[in-house]
Design a protein around this ligand. Sequence first.
Ligand code: C2O
Ligand code: CU
Length: 570
Amino acid sequence: MGKLLYVCCIMLLLLQAGLASKTRHFKWEVGYMYASPDCEEKILLGINGQFPGPTVRAKAGDTIHVELKNALHTEGVVIHWHGIRQYGTPWADGTASISQCAINPEETFIYRFQVDKAGTYFYHGHYGMQRAAGLYGSLIVEVADGEEELFHYDGEFNLLLSDWYHQSIYDQMVGLSSKPFRWIGEPQSLLINGRGQYNCSLAAHLMEGSSACKLTSKDCAPVVLRVLPGKTYRLRVASTTSLSSLNLAIGNHKMMVVEADGNYVEPFIVDDMDIYSGESYSVLITTDQNPSSNYWLSVGVRGRKPNTQPALAIVSYQPNSPSKLPESSPPVTPKWNDYNHSKSFSYKILARQGTPKPPSYADRQIALLNTQNKINGYIKWSINNISLALPPTPYLGSMRYRLKNAFDTSKPPENFPSDYDVMKPPKNPSSAQSSNAYVIQFNSTVDVILQNANALADNVSEIHPWHLHGHDFWVLGYGDGRFEEKDDSKFNLENPPLRNTVVIFPYGWTAIRFVADNPGVWAFHCHIEPHLHMGMGVIFAEGVDHVRRIPKEAITCGMTGKMLMNNNLP
Ligand code: C2O
Ligand code: CU
C-alpha cells in the first residue's frame, strides 16, 4: 500500500512538472521573398513568408521544437538561437560547419532544445552572410509559471533592431573576397522590427509634409508604441545588425536598464543607450510626460562615421492619434566617435544582487589579439595571426568521432608577441588561414583577454562586439591600450555582469571569464557579419566526449563526415 502511494506521488509530481513546462512546436520554411523593409523593394530571407521571422515566445523551462524546412532553391541554411546555451543539445546551436551541416534545399532539420532562463533573445541565420539577408527574428523567454519578474511593468514592447543594405549578400561577399577589396560601406537604412525609411528623414517628412518619403508600402510604415499615461512599460531591445553599433533614445523619457543578454543587471537610469550587434537589453520607461503629445524613439549609428539616417518609431500616448506629430524633434544620437560616452554606458552595467559570482581564479588565460591582415593580398581579420576558415565537416561530429583530417589539429596560440604595438598598423600584415580550435578542459575556468589594435590603415581601430556560443561569461573589466599582467588585479570579481556578448573598444581590451561546463563545440566571434566572414572568430571545444545523440544529418557532410554515413553511430 505504502509503495502504491509512493508511486502515485511520483506520478503526480511528474504530471505537475509536465504541466508546468511545455513543448512549443513550430513549423517553418525559409525562403526568399519580395519585401520593402525601407520602402525600396528587394528580395530577402523570410520565414513562412514573414520578415522578420515569427516571434518565438516561451516560458523558462519550455522546450522549443522547430521543424525547419529549407525552401531556398540552391543554398543551404541553418538557424542559430542567439543567447540560448544549449545545455545537452550542442547539435541544435545552428552554426554551419561547427554544430551541424547546412540543411540542404528541400530538406528539413529539427531543432529541439530547452530555454532554461527568462530573457530577451533572438535567432538568426549562421551560414555565410544570411543574417544580413534578413534571416532573423525575436525569441522571448518569460519567467516560468508561478514565478514573478523582479520588477513591475504594465505592458511590454519588443524592438528588434537591424541594419539593411540594398546590395545583395552575394554582391557583398564577392566584394569582401576580391582583390582589390571592396568594402560593403554603411547600410542604406536602419530597421526597427524590420521597418525603416530609406533616404528619407521621417521627422522632416511629416513636419513639412514633403513627399521625399515614399511610404507607399505598408512594409515600411513606422513602428508605433501605443502607451497609456502614468504606466510603466518594458522595452525589450535586441540588435542583430550586420555592421552598425547603435544608440537608442526616446524624447523626454528616461530609461532604466534592468536586463542585459538574459541576465538581470543592477538597475541604472540613462537618457540614451548604446547597443552593439548581438546584445539585448530590457529597459523600463514610465509614461509620465505630457499625455497630449506623442514622442519620438530614435535609433542612430555609433562608432563609425554614419551615412545612414536614424530609424524612428513613435511613442503614442493614447488616445492621441499615432499620426499626431511629436511636439519636440527626435533625440539626437551622441556623436559617433564620442567613445567616452559609450564607455561610461558599458561601465555602468553590473550584475544584480543574486547573480552567480565567478570562480575567484582561472585555470587558463587566453589572450586574443584582433588584427586586420593580408593573406595573398586579400584583406582578412585574424586572431593571434590566424584567420578562421571553417571546415566542410562540422567540428562537433568530427571531434566526437575522432575523424582524421577533418580540420587543422594544430594548437592555436594562447598569446601574441609581447612586443606587438597595438597602437600601430601591423609591421608585417601577412597572416594565415586555419580551422584549428582551442580545446578546453571540461569544467575548467577560462579567462579570455580580447585585445584590440590598429587596423591596416593608420589611426583606425574599430569596435568589435564579441559573442560566445554555449555560455554566459562574466565581464571582468575593460581597459585602454595594451593589457598588462598587472591589470588582472583590477578585475571586478564582486559583481561582474553575466553576458553573452561584449564589446572591445578601439585600442582597448576587455577581459571575460567563463566555466567550460557545456559539452560541445562553440563559436566565439565578432558579431559584425562582414568581420566574421573575413575570419574574425575562434572555436572552443570542451567535453566533446560527453556529447550524446548527435543527429546523423548534423554531421555527415564533407569528405570526412560522409564516412560516418554508413557507420552505426552510437
Ligand atoms: Cu548571433 Cu555566432 O552569433
Ligand atoms: Cu569585428
